[in-house]
Design a protein around this ligand. Structure first.
Ligand SMILES: [Zn+2]
Length: 154
């Protein structure tokens, strides 16, 4: 039986610096990206009559606040770091904003991490897509993320 489920999507953006240790190419240098994040949520819209959320999967303004608190405020205009980068100590001692993640900050790993974080705060995540450049993205379906976290955290 069909479940009346609807997928909604909202797009966000943040600017971050990173450095890929052991990378054979230019990503071994400290550099930055304007990341674009697409968050897709899927569920049956709220059926509570006369509620402020009636007919919504989620109020987009509520989703915006959650993404701001969980992702944007941590990542935006920060050095997103594994913690072992050659630039790490110099950046840290300069007082620059750092988000220490503990894993290699490829777009694949970042996408896994973001999808997991949003599942952890009980959003009905269907998938997220993270654009690292205007032509390259990684996508993660929530059904592909282990409940106890991505491979690099376990
Ligand atoms: Zn990069």
């Amino acid at each position: 039986m069909a479940k009346n489920e609807v997928t909604i999507c909202k797009t966000f953006s943040f600017d971050s610096a990173h450095q890929l240790v052991n990378h054979k190419g230019k990503c071994a240098n400290l550099h930055g990206h304007t990341y674009k994040l697409e968050v897709k949520l899927k569920m049956q819209p709220n059926m509570e009559s006369n509620s402020t959320d009636e007919g919504f999967v989620i109020d987009f303004s509520d989703l915006k606040k959650i993404i701001k608190d969980e992702i944007i405020d941590k990542f935006d205009h920060a050095f997103i770091a594994q913690g072992n980068e050659p630039a790490y100590e110099a950046v840290r001692s300069s007082g620059t904003k750092i988000c220490v993640l503990g894993f290699r900050t490829t777009v694949e790993n970042l996408a896994l991490f973001i999808c997991w974080r949003l599942m952890e705060v009980d959003l009905p995540v269907y998938s997220i897509r993270l654009w690292e450049t205007p032509t390259g993205w990684a996508e993660v379906l929530s059904e592909d993320v282990p409940k106890n976290g991505p491979y690099f955290l376990t």
